[in-house]
Design a binder for this molecule. Structure first.
Ligand code: ADP
Length: 156
């Protein structure tokens, strides 16, 4: 049984994240989408809100679970039996950070492999921050995020 974790802030989940989740679920027997509960990172939505939005958005995708963690990702992965870490790659701008994180995680635990899935071109420009900016100024985000997230953003 191949289990993978897809970690991130998901503040909030976008259609770009959802695309990575669906594709990862075709490759692995179980995919756990794990929200980083890092109190130092200034999140717009609370951990509970981010988890709730993720659960709703991913409820119909088979083999997908939602969880959260704090502390080191490799420790969490080892504890839960995840052999792979999934990350999405957009433009070159993601590469430096992802490269550093993947190598650092490998240095800490060589048994856990980071697997990169390339973004779909439709979502290559899409980020949680862009979505929040558009929503903040009253713009329409329904093509960028799952329906439940668009509703939630409208309220905030
Ligand atoms: P983090 O704060 O860990 O970067 P994010 O929620 O921003 O968390 O992203 C989680 C993962 O999803 C990262 O690997 C990021 O590169 C990837 N990702 C974010 N947006 C997209 C997108 N539009 N297409 C593909 N991958 C994406």
């Amino acid at each position: 049984m191949k289990k993978a974790v897809y970690p991130g802030s998901f503040d909030p989940i976008t259609n770009g994240h959802l695309d990575i989740i669906k594709r990862a679920a075709e490759i692995f027997d179980e995919v756990c989408v794990a929200v980083i509960s890092n109190p130092d990172k200034n999140a717009y939505f609370s951990l509970e809100e981010r988890l709730q939005m993720l659960k709703e958005a991913a409820k119909d995708i088979k083999r997908v679970k939602v969880d959260y963690f704090d502390g080191l990702l490799v420790d969490y992965a080892k504890q839960k039996g995840f052999e792979s870490i999934i990350r999405g790659l957009r433009a070159v701008s993601d590469f430096d950070y992802e490269f550093q994180m993947a190598l650092t995680n490998r240095q800490m635990n060589p048994k856990i492999e980071t697997v990169f899935l390339m973004t779909d071109y439709k979502y290559s420009y899409l980020s949680s921050s862009i979505v929040k900016q558009i929503a903040h100024f009253g713009g329409d985000v329904h093509k960028l995020v799952p329906r439940n997230v668009a509703r939630r953003l409208k309220k905030s």
